[in-house]
Design a protein around this ligand. Structure first.
Ligand SMILES: C[S@@+](CC[C@H](N)C(=O)[O-])C[C@H]1O[C@@H](n2cnc3c(N)ncnc32)[C@H](O)[C@@H]1O
Length: 277
């Protein structure tokens, strides 16, 4: 048996983001099992209620229409699922998957049967290829054991032309804002976490996970590698949160781009060579 850091083992909290995928998964499951009862309240308090607006902007990027199918990965207590339901309407379908049952149980109460919530791992989604018009993930990419595999899976289950959208905490872009942000994140947030949830240690994981999270350009590059095109990164609220969105390439586009490297040895003629003039 490998020795996992206990949820209240604060000195090792900073090591968690670098744990091997399976160990990290077991730690993260335990962490969210512990915070589930206070998760929604803390989310609202710690984001000053802004998380609702962030989710709306991110869901806009899904470009969902009434009747469409959406999937929220690492759905937690179901807030993204609720937002997607508003877009797809009564003729649409929304599912949420998460590997932490206590988080999902809170979601089940909130959703009142309007969407399917099921236990599933973001690294091996229990859905067939091309099943949805859009997939989202909110505040969870930092927590998965393998970011590229997660993006690959989210892209796999979306149909060609469909959207993959990530909403994630980010390091602020505005230099004047940075000192306040780090004070808030590293000092105030664990303190408020302890006041509401009772365990400061669980909130020490948050700054550690953000510190280890790859920069924006790297996440965008991983999304392209997963098979997404027109990838955009949109900063919100001075860059403390970022939305990453891309469109799944059609099979024809994918085949085309797979063939492109073959042309590298025989470059195509310059645009003005043998032209129409
Ligand atoms: C910070 S919460 C976010 C919950 C929700 N997405 C939201 O926007 O409020 C992170 C969630 O990711 C889930 N999670 C982390 N890694 C996962 C994985 N590999 N597969 C499924 N769920 C995962 C956790 O169980 C937790 O519910």
């Amino acid at each position: 048996m490998s020795s996992l850091p206990a949820a209240d083992d604060s000195p090792r909290m900073t090591e968690v983001p670098r744990l091997p995928p399976q160990e990290k998964a077991r730690y993260v499951q335990r962490l969210f099992t512990a915070v589930a009862p206070t998760y929604d309240l803390l989310n609202t308090v710690l984001s000053f209620g802004l998380h609702k607006w962030w989710r709306k902007v991110a869901t806009d990027e899904c470009r969902l229409n009434p009747g469409d199918r959406g999937l929220d990965v690492a759905a937690g207590t179901g807030d993204f699922v609720l937002e997607m339901l508003r877009r797809v309407g009564p003729t649409g379908y929304v599912a949420g998957a998460d590997f932490c049952m206590p988080m999902l149980k809170i979601g089940v109460k909130k959703l009142k049967g309007r969407a399917d919530l099921l236990q599933g791992d973001a690294l091996a989604l229990p859905f067939p290829d091309d099943a949805f018009h859009a997939t989202t993930m909110g505040f969870a990419l930092r927590n998965v054991g393998d970011i590229q595999q997660t993006l690959n899976e989210m892209t796999r289950v979306v149909q060609p032309g469909g959207r993959v959208v990530q909403l994630e905490l980010s390091r602020p872009t505005h230099p004047l804002f940075r000192p306040f942000y780090y004070f808030y994140f590293q000092r105030l947030l664990p303190f408020v976490g302890r006041m509401i949830h009772g365990k400061q240690e669980n909130y020490a994981y948050l700054p550690a996970s953000l510190k280890e999270f790859p920069p924006r350009e790297e996440i965008a590059a991983m999304m392209r590698k997963a098979g997404l095109t027109d990838v955009i990164v949109k900063d919100l609220t001075f860059g403390i949160v970022a939305i990453y969105a891309g469109t799944k390439v059609s099979r024809l586009q994918a085949e085309d781009s797979r063939q492109k490297p073959l042309n590298l040895d025989s470059p195509s003629p310059a645009p003005d060579a043998g032209g129409d003039s």
